[in-house]
Design a protein around this ligand. Structure first.
Ligand code: ACO
Length: 373
């Protein structure tokens, strides 16, 4: 009998992760993994996050895509939040078993489009409303209507908690949303571009991208980062805990990256945001100690592979510091990344080209197969 390789067991399969493959031409963002530089349409992430609002960063990214030239993104997102709130009763009547993320996906699936708002605005504006409503449904409290006059970060915190957020918290969340707005051809953005390339609608592309984002190797990491910090508990335990995890061949969440061979610049942008929240948070100090221990342990365990801190580590610490429940970390990531996904879909659709790569067949040939009896 012919030995047939099983692709699932081919860990050395050179094409399995499409590593190094260039699969799109884009003006949206560039990730320089050697030097740790992230550029969004000509501006570094340090030049945007903490300096311009989420809405202005989105307007910057969307230039030339025909979405928001004529109107302010802040105003249009406000309108979109109001429109999306009409879908919230459906979310309230959905089964209790749905996670916050699944309820957001349900809301998106049910969101009426073609009501005068460009799809990217209708969808980008809706997700904060669905996130907040899904959280309040899960915690047994009444969903709150959006206030279209507020910036996205402020209104999202208000809809989550029912209170006007401290200015520092709104600024920290705004910085986070800008930091994660777009990031080259990551797994979820690639998914969005593939779906968009079939001329499917924007909703389907964002739903698919949300699916890709949710896994722990991508946008599902920050909740487990916080679990790790809590499990370690004190700097004295960090080394033993981390060494044990690496000996068990576990991955340390919040470390390592496909593209960066140095520090993910977004980690420092978020860490700078943490410093602005005040110097006295003991969990931030603990996280810094854990980070140092993890980097040293990773260097010992994998000397052949540069592994550094990625965006998810300080995402977890920052969002926790402003009181966000860890169950909302991935939903928030999707909320901030959605305008980036939409931009990529529009850019891909401008090419008019279907994404349809080839695969390398390693199964048996018909001449090798037994005749059917
Ligand atoms: N902890 C321990 N070891 C790691 C880690 C980690 N976080 N990341 C990579 N490695 C090791 C692997 O075990 C492997 O070692 P080996 O060659 O001895 O088997 C080597 O580094 C290469 O790993 P790959 O999986 O081939 O590298 P890849 O580029 O595909 O991985 C990834 C990138 C998936 C992000 C990885 O670093 C990881 O799993 N990190 C932890 C999860 C995480 O933080 N995800 C968020 C990423 S950022 C984002 O998506 C927004």
């Amino acid at each position: 009998m012919t030995e047939v390789p099983n692709p699932a067991q081919m860990t050395q399969d050179p094409v399995a992760g499409l590593e190094g493959v260039v699969a799109a031409t884009t003006s949206l963002s560039d990730v320089d993994g050697q030097n740790g530089v992230l550029v969004l349409r000509g501006r570094t992430i340090e030049d945007l996050a903490g300096k311009v609002s989420f809405e202005d960063a989105v307007a910057h990214l969307w230039q030339g895509l025909g979405v928001a030239e004529a109107r302010s993104v802040k105003y249009a997102f406000g309108e979109a939040r109001i429109a999306a709130f009409a879908v919230v009763p459906l979310l309230e009547s959905a089964p209790d078993s749905l996670s916050v993320y699944e309820r957001m996906q349900l809301g998106l699936a049910a969101l009426p489009l073609n009501r005068g708002l460009p799809e990217a605005i209708a969808i980008g504006g809706a997700l904060p409303v669905f996130l907040a409503a899904a959280h309040r449904i899960a915690s047994g409290t009444r969903s709150l209507a959006p206030d279209s006059t507020l910036p996205v970060a402020t209104d999202l915190l208000r809809m989550l908690t029912g209170e006007t957020p401290p200015e520092a918290h709104a600024r920290a969340l705004d910085r986070y949303l800008v930091t994660i707005l777009d990031h080259g051809l990551n797994a979820s953005t690639f998914t969005a571009r593939v779906i968009g390339s079939t001329q499917s609608d924007m909703k389907q592309a964002v739903l698919g991208a949300m699916g890709a984002l949710s896994g722990p190797l991508h946008g599902g990491a920050p909740g487990p980062v916080l679990d790790m910090i809590d499990a370690i508990g004190s700097p004295d335990n960090a080394d033993d805990w981390i060494t044990g995890a690496l000996e068990r061949k576990e991955r340390l969440m919040g470390f390592g990256h496909r593209i960066y061979r140095t520090r993910d610049p977004r980690a420092d942008v978020l860490k700078a945001g943490l410093k602005l929240l005040g110097p006295d948070n003991p969990k931030v100090k603990l996280a810094e100690e854990i980070e140092l221990a993890a980097l040293a342990a990773l260097k010992r365990a994998k000397p052949y592979r540069p592994l550094d801190t990625n965006v998810e580590f300080y995402t977890a610490v920052l969002l926790d510091a402003i009181g966000i429940d860890r169950a909302l970390f991935t939903p928030l990531f999707a909320t901030g990344r959605t305008p980036g996904w939409c931009a990529h879909v529009l850019e891909q659709q401008q090419t008019g080209k279907l994404i349809r790569p080839a695969s390398h067949y390693v199964g048996p040939m018909p001449s090798e197969s037994e005749p059917l009896t």
